[in-house]
Design a protein. Structure first.
Length: 432
């Protein structure tokens, strides 16, 4: 019997577990560890609550969790409760699928002012993430800004601009829905340090902005190169640029605006004890396509600033780390130690990108310890003994389901997490 520990229960972890299960069948036991008693990482805490079709992929992960050779072990933090070295003693292979949960920093003056928050925090707030559920972002001012020209920036701007009615059928948590409903924000400026041809926004996500109930996107056609210049772009980017151009034709007849400000690099955030404005420098593209400041600056008012400029992985003791992700060669970090997903590649790609990633690492593992070969590690029994000796109480599949059932018990139909179980109450639900 082989024993595998997959650390992290987001998409990368589940695809890897699925691949290992397929490769080894009854010849392996796979433990998916998570620091929280509920699984799915990015799906639960990162994907926008109004993107239910993306979240539906968790049904596939449910099947993996329910298969005989797989166990979900929650409430275990690797690096704190158990080290990677100890896991390697207990398991034939350890696969780190810990994602990239930390916000990259802008590195400009004023970034630490109240009212400046990273997208991981803001997204975590409206998704009920244990660390950010109590964030209480300032929504009392009329102006907000989102820094970055990627899909996360779009998520943040869209969530800030939607009406309560538009969240019907989403799984936004109740406290965020109530706060957003009372929000005074009327102008949301998206600051892209480069131009429309350099956006990292995809067509479907951009297209949604043109159909909002109470908000309309605004672009300046002067920021765009001539239409002919769109021709050589990759089809996806060309579509995004054409959607952005089409925003110029929309009637400005709604209460809120989402303003695209291109060639706009934040250089400072200012305010009296809290964010009031961003100082932005106009940029041009240099020969390498990077944003170069022109020296011309102006102010963008914002009492809420969300930075959506990418993420980094949490380092774990004794695992080589390059500042953003684990150092690895095609997923292999060291003997019997692997990384998958954003912890392997950095924070890029869709949820589906993690599938081939997980299967590739499972193949790599199978090439060094072929299915059918025997191992003599202790696996979960040994892990439980070790955790018990440290007073750590892991949770299991039944505990996860109990939390979810309690969460949905009182919710309105179509609003499954309206009265969700706040993370601080998880263990009360479990009677611990
Ligand atoms: P991203 O796609 O890498 O975009 C990051 C943005 O931040 C870029 O526009 C980048 O500009 C900008 N940026 C970086 N450093 C900056 C700085 N110092 N100052 C100003 N701007 C800066 O990252 P993301 O939006 O976090 O998304 C992560 C991944 O998740 C992406 O692959 C994304 O497509 C995916 N995602 C998908 C969905 C969906 O499918 N619905 C939703 C959310 C996220 P430069 O290009 O100039 O560096």
């Amino acid at each position: 019997m082989r024993h595998f520990a997959v650390v992290g229960s987001g998409p990368a972890g589940f695809y890897t577990a699925e691949a290992l299960e397929k490769a080894y069948g009854e010849g392996a036991r796979i433990d998916i560890l998570d620091r929280y008693p509920v699984p799915y990482g990015l799906i639960r805490f990162g994907v926008a609550p109004d993107h239910q079709s993306l979240k539906a992929v968790s049904k596939r992960y449910d099947k993996v969790a329910e298969s005989a050779g797989v166990d979900f072990i929650g409430n275990v933090s690797v690096g704190r409760d158990v080290s990677v070295g100890e896991l390697l003693e207990l398991y034939d292979a350890v696969i780190l699928a810990t994602g990239a949960p930390h916000d990259r920093k802008l590195g400009i003056p004023g970034e630490d002012l109240a009212g400046v928050i990273g997208s991981a925090e803001f997204v975590g707030w409206y998704n009920g993430h244990p660390e950010f559920a109590d964030l209480d972002p300032p929504l009392g001012g009329t102006h907000a800004a989102v820094v970055g020209a990627g899909n996360v920036a779009l998520d943040c701007a869209r969530i800030l601009s939607k009406t309560a009615h538009e969240f019907e059928g989403s799984d936004i948590v109740g406290h965020a829905l109530q706060a957003l409903d009372k929000s005074a924000i009327r102008t949301i400026t998206i600051l892209g340090r480069r131009g429309p041809h350099q956006v990292a926004m995809t067509p479907k996500e951009l297209g949604e902005l043109g159909h909002l109930e109470a908000a309309v996107p605004v672009v300046e056609l002067a920021d765009f190169p001539p239409v002919e210049a769109d021709e050589p772009l990759d089809p996806g980017l060309r579509k995004s640029v054409s959607i952005l151009r089409s925003f110029a034709d929309l009637q400005q007849n709604k209460a809120k605006t989402i303003v695209f400000d291109f060639f706009a690099k934040p250089v400072a955030i200012e305010g009296d004890g809290r964010a009031e404005r961003i100082i932005v420098e106009r940029t041009v593209l240099d020969d390498r396509g990077a944003a170069r400041g022109t020296g011309e600056t102006y102010e963008v008012p914002a009492s809420l600033v969300v930075t959506a400029i990418g993420y980094s992985t949490s380092p774990i003791a004794d695992v080589p780390f390059d500042g953003g992700k684990f150092v690895n060669d095609g997923g292999r970090i060291a003997d019997r130690l692997y990384a998958v997903g954003w912890a392997r590649r950095g924070p890029t790609g869709t949820i589906g990108t993690n599938r081939p990633d997980g299967y590739e690492v499972a193949d790599l593992i199978a090439s060094t310890m072929p299915p059918g070969s025997a191992g003599d590690r202790q696996g979960l029994d040994g892990l439980k003994r070790l955790l018990d000796s440290r007073g750590v109480m892991p949770t299991d599949y039944d505990d996860w389901r109990k939390i979810e059932e309690t969460e949905t018990a009182n919710a309105r139909p179509g609003s499954p997490r309206e009265k969700y179980v706040r993370p601080s109450d998880w263990f009360a639900v479990l009677g611990r």
